[in-house]
Design a protein around this ligand. Structure first.
Ligand SMILES: Cc1cc2nc3c(=O)[nH]c(=O)nc-3n(C[C@H](O)[C@H](O)[C@H](O)COP(=O)(O)OP(=O)(O)OC[C@H]3O[C@@H](n4cnc5c(N)ncnc54)[C@H](O)[C@@H]3O)c2cc1C
Length: 431
């Protein structure tokens, strides 16, 4: 018979909350400990690939997600003149079982939080509870071939501390994970690739079909733009954009010291962007206009960490950005965290009497795949297409076929998607 485990999750971000819902659905008793005392809908846009949307659908969240976001119809690569290079269709009509969804990250987190409170009970979804470290439970190690439980050390917002015993502890506490630091104390700061990202949201008229995501430019300057909410009554739409500028050359693979601690709440400025993007006026989008009209701009260095040799230490494992922080390329940050959540819950169901074997099975499934994506993203992932075109036709082109063989472009896209675990169940339908 399946054992009901008490599972503590450090971190109430998208990964931790998805895991909480998946584990509760499997019948486990789950406690979420989130460091933030008062959760607010922070961040800007985030993309969920179809295989992550399928996981959230399995948790009963698809109707709510559809209501808050945009079903992405296509990902278009363009040069810095706005000329389309390649269109990769997305969503159900492209042969996926589920849509790709572009949503506001903060709204997604609040949806998951509210659902966790509803399903787990408010006392099990704790804010103002920072996990500072852990211990393996003493005295039980070695019994029936398994290690004992884990103890989460918690610093509460009211100044008290607590030691919470559990059967499994999951570190879903983000890129600055305290649990990861405990296991790898010499790892140091995240690695920077010299790229700074300014992320903003702007209310604007819809562009193209109102559902397309575009990546335009090249490795030194890139503008990514996609809508994240249905059009409002006045015809405007909330548009998410990311303006990337390379401030330093790292070669490839990161390793520079980031200018500041990676902090999602640091405000950015229009003045940093207009010298680079001020003349990027496309037939279908006025980029400087979108930047100037921003309702908020956040600044963030593009950082990641080297893949780890292992995630499990006794009854403790890692998940999401704590396990595999990666450059935000290819819409994989939240997607891979959600896939971790599913993988962990499935592994615990497949090994109902042996949590340690379950954590090993989860790690065997998820660590190699996410390490591959970290490596691919260090080589710029799909954005490598943009560099090839910029190199060959810096002033634009009359026909993209004169610059790049469309079959080569299609192959690059398919290879990346296969490595990132996309699964198209049917060939794309004709538009
Ligand atoms: C405030 C914020 C804003 C973001 N905005 C964007 C965005 O606009 N676009 C985008 O693509 N990505 C954004 N991200 C990153 C994105 O959410 C993640 O890359 C991805 O969703 C994986 O999620 P995660 O749950 O693994 O990590 P995170 O989303 O980083 O969540 C980690 C959670 O753990 C909490 N935490 C940290 N340390 C501890 C601790 N010691 N104990 C307990 N809790 C702890 C954090 O407060 C956070 O809620 C943001 C992350 C954060 C934290």
């Amino acid at each position: 018979m399946a054992a009901v485990l008490h599972i503590v999750i450090a971190g109430g971000g998208i990964g931790g909350l998805s895991a909480a819902l998946a584990l509760a659905q499997a019948g486990h008793r789950v406690t979420v400990c989130e460091a933030t005392a008062q959760l607010r809908p922070l961040g800007v846009g985030i993309n969920l690939l179809p295989h992550a949307v399928a996981v959230l659908d399995g948790l009963g969240l698809l109707p709510a997600l559809r209501g808050m976001g945009v079903e992405t119809s296509a990902l278009v690569f363009a040069n810095r003149h706005g000329q389309p290079i390649f269109e990769d269709r997305r969503g159900v009509s492209a042969g996926y079982s589920h849509p790709q969804l572009s949503v506001h990250r903060g709204q997604l987190q609040m949806l998951l939080w509210d659902e966790a409170v509803r399903r787990l009970g408010s006392e099990q979804v704790r804010s103002g509870a920072r996990v500072t470290g852990c211990a393996q439970e003493e005295g039980k190690e070695g019994q029936d071939g398994q290690e004992g439980g884990a103890i989460a050390h918690i610093a509460c917002a009211d100044g008290t501390t607590e030691a919470l015993r559990c059967d499994v502890l999951i570190g879903a506490d983000g890129i600055h994970s305290a649990l990861r630091r405990q296991f790898y104390p010499d790892e140091g700061a995240p690695r920077w690739n010299g790229m700074m990202m300014w992320r903003g949201t702007t209310l604007a008229r819809p562009f193209l079909d109102g559902r397309t995501m575009v990546q335009a430019g090249h490795r030194r300057a890139k503008f990514v733009v996609y809508p994240i909410a249905p059009p409002a009554a006045d015809g405007t739409q909330l548009i998410n954009w990311i303006a990337d500028r390379r401030l330093r050359e790292d070669g490839f693979g990161g390793g520079l010291t980031a200018p500041d601690r990676a902090d999602w709440s640091r405000p950015g400025s229009v003045a940093d962007l207009l010298p680079t993007f001020g003349h990027w006026r496309f037939a279908w989008l006025d980029v400087p206009g979108v930047i100037r009209d921003a309702t908020q701009i956040l600044e963030w260095p593009m950082v990641d960490r080297d893949p780890l040799p292992r995630w499990r230490h006794g009854r403790v494992t890692l998940l999401g950005d704590a396990a595999h922080p990666m450059y935000p390329i290819g819409s994989n940050g939240a997607t891979q965290a959600i896939l971790d959540a599913r993988g962990l819950a499935d592994a615990l169901s497949a090994h109902p009497t042996n949590p340690v074997a379950a954590l090993d099975a989860y790690e065997a499934q998820r660590l190699p795949m996410t390490a591959r994506i970290v490596a691919l993203n260090r080589q710029e992932g799909l954005d490598a297409i943009l560099d090839m075109v910029e190199e060959r036709a810096p002033d634009g082109f009359a026909r993209i076929d004169d610059v790049m063989d469309p079959a080569v472009l299609a192959r690059c896209v398919q290879e990346y998607k296969a490595a990132a675990g996309h699964s198209q169940t049917a060939p794309p339908q004709s538009p």
